[in-house]
Write a protein that binds this ligand. Structure first.
Ligand code: ATP
Ligand code: MG
Length: 396
């Protein structure tokens, strides 16, 4: 018996002229992952991508885990392939399906016939296969047409018929890269990796920008951020992490400015540096993990004071999420355990005791006159470098 993976993509995003470019990006991304799962043949037809093992080196368990992380796929399932006749369909169903039904109490069988020349109609196919399965599992499971625990599906397609049970949701969203290029401001915290994931899911290709403040922040803090980037690469494949040092800017703030304004002044410098990285690297937007009201620098007034420095749109997908909701997402995408490692972030160096929650623009500008801001920004800019992180180390 031959087993394949069927990947179905969402209909809505694939309408119109963009359809073929979406499809080719999806295929390329699945092929990239297939190289590391031992080799698969990949083709598509009728809104379905067929992922077929090539030989005994093809690791279908691994490949199934991989396709679940591909943005743009609405559902994924493992399926048995059979010849297009009822005899083979029933034989295969009896061999492949009972094991999958074992954990459940009720099931239903559905059939879909895209080959209209097939001699039986869908309801007949479903009834026959359902009956055969019921007989095969011998009383341990009942049919429930309205609310089954699991649905067995028979799909009669162009070349073959496919049988499967336990279709799962895919990662959803839009194929990576279809939504432009963004620069994620990546700290070591919980929120920014989630923000990056959310935008990547909407098709935005993401690179990252991380600010450090050595020796106030450590080597381990940088390693943590690179680990987070690597975890995001499970979904995005590759990520350039730009790194800029804020040490001298932070020391100048400490030595010259009013403490209450430290964080805001620093964040305005971060935005200005992010503008430069974006211009040089051709990123069309910035992405941050800010959530309204979460900390003093994320009141509406404080956001306004930093936002106006940005020269391109700043996307804040977590803005309306509670911390708990962000935590749930971070566990789901696998970044949480890294995020909670207790290393320092440049935003927690010289933290004011009473940060301004209602800053006034005039005062902010007056504070910025107190140190040689543009020279220090220029110097920080000169300190930039980047590290490229990949899902698979051998990827190009
Ligand atoms: P996070 O959990 O993402 O660190 P946070 O709740 O700690 O967020 P802040 O520290 O105020 O909030 O940071 C708000 C946003 O600013 C972050 O989500 C991130 O996008 C950006 N940011 C903060 N610190 C850094 C840094 N060191 N490098 C790059 N971006 C940063
Ligand atoms: Mg933070």
């Amino acid at each position: 018996m031959k087993e394949v993976i069927l990947c179905k993509y969402g209909e809505i995003v694939l309408k119109g002229a963009n359809r073929s470019s979406f499809e080719s990006i999806l295929l390329k991304e699945i092929k990239r992952r297939a190289r590391y799962a031992g080799g698969f043949d990949i083709r598509y037809a009728q809104s379905t991508i067929y992922v077929e093992p090539r030989d005994e080196f093809s690791d279908i368990d691994e490949m199934y885990e991989q396709v679940k992380k591909v943005f743009g796929l609405a559902s994924v399932t493992r399926a048995a392939v059979c010849e297009k006749n009822m005899e083979d369909i029933i034989r295969t169903a009896k061999e492949y399906i009972p094991e999958k039904l074992r954990p459940y109490k009720t099931f239903r069988c559905e059939a879909k016939r895209s080959d209209k020349h097939f001699p039986l109609e869908s309801p007949e196919i479903a009834a026959i296969v359902g009956g055969a399965l019921l007989e095969a599992v011998g009383g341990n499971i009942k049919v429930n047409l309205k609310h089954p625990d699991i649905t067995v599906r028979v799909e009669v397609r162009d070349q073959y018929a496919y049988i499967h049970a336990g279709q799962e949701n895919g990662a959803g969203g839009i194929p990576l890269g279809c939504g432009g290029r963004g620069l994620l401001l990546l700290s070591g915290g919980i929120d920014s990796p989630v923000a990056g994931y959310m935008m990547a899911k909407r098709g935005l290709f993401i690179d990252a920008l991380h600010f450090e403040s050595f020796p106030y922040t450590s080597e381990r803090a940088r390693e943590k951020v690179l680990t987070l980037a690597k975890e995001l690469c499970e979904f995005t494949g590759i990520m350039r992490v730009h790194i800029i040092s804020l040490t001298e800017i932070q020391e100048a703030l400490r030595d010259n400015c009013t403490e209450d304004y430290f964080t805001l002044l620093l964040r305005r410098c971060m935005m200005e540096l992010a503008n430069k990285v974006a211009a040089e690297g051709d990123y069309q937007c910035l992405v941050t993990g800010e959530s309204l009201g979460q900390v003093a620098s994320q009141t509406m007034a404080a956001i306004a004071v930093t936002d106006c420095v940005a020269e391109i749109p700043v996307l804040r997908p977590c803005i309306g999420l509670d911390k708990e909701e962000i935590v749930v997402r971070s566990r789901d995408i696998g970044t949480y355990e890294t995020s909670i490692l207790p290393y320092e972030d440049c935003c927690t160096v010289f933290t004011p005791r009473h940060p301004k929650t209602r800053p006034e623009m005039e005062k902010v500008l007056a504070e910025e006159e107190k140190f040689d801001r543009s020279a220090l920004i220029e110097k920080a800019w000169e300190s930039r470098y980047f590290v490229t992180v990949r899902q698979f180390n051998n990827d190009r």
